[in-house]
Design a protein around this ligand. Structure first.
Ligand code: ADP
Ligand code: ADP
Length: 224
């Protein structure tokens, strides 16, 4: 199992003002999974994503990655684990505006004092159709192209899993559809687990395992 979340809970605040953002969530993710997690705003999607990717600590419960409890490792190990094992894609792209597309893509490696594998870089930018845009600044690219640069950045460190938080939330439906089609083909070709957080049922339906979250309660939608 790549990732296991066991009885994962998160409460914010204390006393009367305390809210349970996530209530005993259980989730198992294998290397072969394409998972969607759908829920309305405020249902706990970001909280779940932050907990299973080691960005925040749970109130109770455990998360294991390759069998290691990520909250029992030190901060440095946890940071290294995030850089090497997980690729993140955000709604707002989060590209640095003063860096070219290529510089944005390789930044995670440079921060980890590693050099890019140029052949792999070309392979993924070809897959994403952005090889001819690598010397452009983000401001010179369309939203869909910026998100494709962000996908290349998420892939550059050869992670085991990609977490995409509302990856089409800032795109029109045509570019959003293209970005989802690319994520889906990357999942097939590169064999990386893919977890997409969305409030859009059309996007959720592209996944082969679907979960819904309502008021912090996570459940899997049975196929068929
Ligand atoms: P979603 O991503 O589905 O919109 P979130 O996980 O962001 O939902 O939030 C779930 C609930 O937890 C919401 O009620 C939200 O207001 C609350 N919440 C999230 N983060 C915090 C925080 N840092 N402090 C207090 N409440 C929070
Ligand atoms: P998303 O659009 O991904 O659901 P949100 O807008 O819900 O994200 O939350 C953005 C950030 O603000 C998150 O990191 C979340 O932890 C934090 N947050 C959300 N709700 C609250 C809240 N009520 N109080 C404090 N922080 C919050």
């Amino acid at each position: 199992m790549l990732i296991t979340a066991k009885d994962l809970s998160k409460a914010y605040g204390s006393g009367e003002n305390s809210i349970i953002a996530l209530n005993k969530a259980n989730l198992e993710i294998t290397q072969a999974d394409f998972i969607s997690i759908m829920g309305p705003s405020g249902s706990g999607k970001s909280t779940l994503l932050h907990l299973i990717s080691g960005l925040d600590t749970p109130t109770s419960g455990a998360v294991t990655f390759d069998g290691v409890n990520i909250y029992e490792t030190g901060d440095r190990e946890l940071a290294a684990f995030r850089r090497r094992k997980i690729g993140f894609i955000f709604q707002q792209f989060n590209l640095l505006p003063v860096l070219t597309a290529k510089e944005n893509i390789i930044m995670p490696l440079l921060l980890d004092k590693r050099q890019p594998d140029e052949a792999y870089l070309k392979h993924i930018t070809d897959l994403l159709g952005i090889t001819h845009r690598l010397s452009h600044l983000p401001g010179e690219l369309s939203g869909g192209q910026q998100q494709r640069v962000a996908i290349a950045r998420a892939l550059i460190a050869k992670p085991d899993i990609i977490f995409a938080d509302e990856p089409t939330g800032n795109l029109d439906s045509k570019s959003g559809g293209e970005v989802m089609a690319l994520l889906s083909s990357i999942w097939k070709e590169l064999g990386k687990a893919l977890v997409v957080i969305t409030h859009d049922s059309r996007i959720a339906q592209m996944a082969d395992r679907r979960f819904v979250i309502v008021d912090g309660a996570l459940s899997e939608v049975q196929a068929g």
